[in-house]
Write a protein that binds this ligand. Structure first.
Ligand code: HEC
Length: 124
């Protein structure tokens, strides 16, 4: 695939907002496309990888976690979410809280935002 077919494919994907012309190596549009993809971390996948072992697959901590961490939250309870702000969750995950280690340095700010946004969807 040469630069022209690459630009053609991208244009078809993204619609008419993108000009149909060959993109050179130094064309900033290439980097804009790459950045847009990188800015949308998958909160559900991040949760499965970093949080599930303590907070449970759907937000109900497994018995072992409940036994070990008496303050652990249950994310399936909508009432729980009325007692905390989004920012409190961001801070707790970023800096750690109680027995929960800080995610800072392990996850990016955008990833923490995505995973906290995801846990809000667990409340039923
Ligand atoms: C080692 C187990 C463990 C892991 C892994 C873990 N947590 Fe926690 N989490 C806890 C415990 C324990 C608490 C309760 C902390 C306390 O209040 O003492 C907690 C609390 C929280 C809270 C509630 C904070 C509050 O103010 O009540 C949120 C939100 C949270 N965790 C999100 C996450 C997210 C998102 C991840 C993954 C990035 C994660 N946790 C990974 C154990 C863990």
């Amino acid at each position: 695939m040469n630069a022209f077919t690459f630009s053609l494919n991208i244009s078809v994907l993204l619609g008419p907002a993108f000009e149909l012309r060959p993109l050179g190596h130094d064309n900033p549009q290439r980097f804009e496309v790459a950045a847009a993809v990188a800015q949308a971390p998958d909160g559900k996948a991040l949760y499965g990888k970093n949080c599930k072992q303590c907070h449970g697959v759907v937000g109900n901590p497994p018995k072992a976690a409940l036994k070990q961490y008496k303050n652990i939250a249950t994310f399936t309870d909508p009432v729980y979410f009325t007692k905390h702000t989004h920012q409190e969750f961001i801070d707790a995950v970023t800096n750690g809280k109680g027995d929960m280690l800080a995610s800072k340095g392990k996850l990016t700010t955008a990833e923490i935002e995505a995973v906290v946004t995801y846990i809000h969807t667990l409340a039923k």
